[in-house]
Design a protein around this ligand. Structure first.
Ligand SMILES: NC(=O)c1ccc[n+]([C@@H]2O[C@H](COP(=O)([O-])OP(=O)(O)OC[C@H]3O[C@@H](n4cnc5c(N)ncnc54)[C@H](O)[C@@H]3O)[C@@H](O)[C@H]2O)c1
Length: 263
């Protein structure tokens, strides 16, 4: 079943980025009206121009760590497109350093964009969606929110937080017609992970830990996101879908009963 979003109004945060851009492209192809938001105004305009879409695309530059700007956004989108049917909380950022080197300000900045912004946007979107009778929130978490990774204390804590925020919203507002689900990507080849691909040890480690023996491309994230945004998931609420090639399903390198070596 392909997802049909004809006429639906979809707000995507981090829309200038690699994954956000692909989510916007696929939502447009599914018939949606797409509200693209990002802090990077130039990159946002470039991405919107590249996607085309004419009057089915609108751009909103905003810093989502600014509570006022984030709070205002859902109503601005509803005003522009007549409704807000889907909110995709995709914007994010992360640092990579040992916990002992993370300054409290840095910790707070990561939590601000990765956890507090989805909370503030959801808080503003839920009343609009409830008034409409239905609405779907899809949070882009990370496998780092499902399993611990070294040097990612703030990011992992924020992404684990957004997974639990997802479940609380589903439990608290499901009866008002609100769905809230999450996806948890593994390693995706984007500017955020560029460092991994400059280094053979990193790519070897990614292959060794992934049952699929590869990493993924941004357009491989959109299938599950669209599924959670569309009506095909109408009895699915409060879940997290790992999109990680099986990384967090188990311990791919660990053998309790090692097979005899082939001669
Ligand atoms: N790339 C990966 O391997 C990977 C893996 C798991 C999860 N994710 C998650 O996927 C999402 C998208 O990541 P990506 O790889 O496309 O990264 P990206 O850097 O290409 O995109 C992130 C976007 O968020 C925007 N953004 C950052 N701070 C913002 C702010 N304060 N206000 C508004 N916008 C802001 C950036 O400008 C950027 O366009 C993130 O939440 C990330 O944590 C990525």
């Amino acid at each position: 079943m392909t997802t049909d979003l004809t006429g639906k109004s979809v707000l995507v945060t981090g829309a200038a980025g690699a994954i956000g851009g692909e989510i916007c492209r696929s939502a447009l192809a599914a018939g949606a009206k797409v509200a693209m938001t990002d802090i990077d105004a130039d990159a946002l305009e470039r991405r919107a121009t590249e996607l085309g879409g004419e009057d089915r695309v609108a751009t909103f530059t905003a810093d989502l760590t600014d509570d006022e700007q984030a709070t205002a956004l859902p109503a601005r989108v509803a005003q522009r497109f007549g409704a807000l049917d889907v909110l995709v909380n995709n914007a994010g950022a992360r640092g990579v350093k040992p916990l002992l080197d993370i300054e409290p300000d840095e910790w707070r900045r990561t939590l601000d964009i990765d956890l507090t912004a989805p909370f503030v946007l959801s808080k503003a979107a839920i009343p609009l969606m409830a008034e409409q009778g239905r609405g779907k929130i899809v949070n882009v978490a990370s496998m780092a929110g499902l399993a611990a990774f070294r040097d990612r204390a703030a990011y992992s804590a924020a992404k684990a937080g957004v997974i639990m925020l997802t479940k609380v919203i589903a439990v608290e507002y499901g009866e008002q017609g609100i769905w809230c689900n999450a996806v948890a990507p593994g390693v995706v080849e984007t500017p955020m992970t560029a460092g991994y691909f400059a280094d053979d040890d990193s790519t070897a480690s990614i292959r060794a830990n992934t049952p699929m023996r590869r990493w993924c491309q941004p357009d491989e994230i959109v299938g599950p996101v669209l599924y959670l945004a569309g009506s095909g998931s109408d009895f699915v609420n409060g879940i997290v879908i790992p999109i990680d090639g099986g990384w967090t399903a188990g311990y791919v390198g660990a053998e309790l009963s090692p097979r005899p070596k082939q001669k």
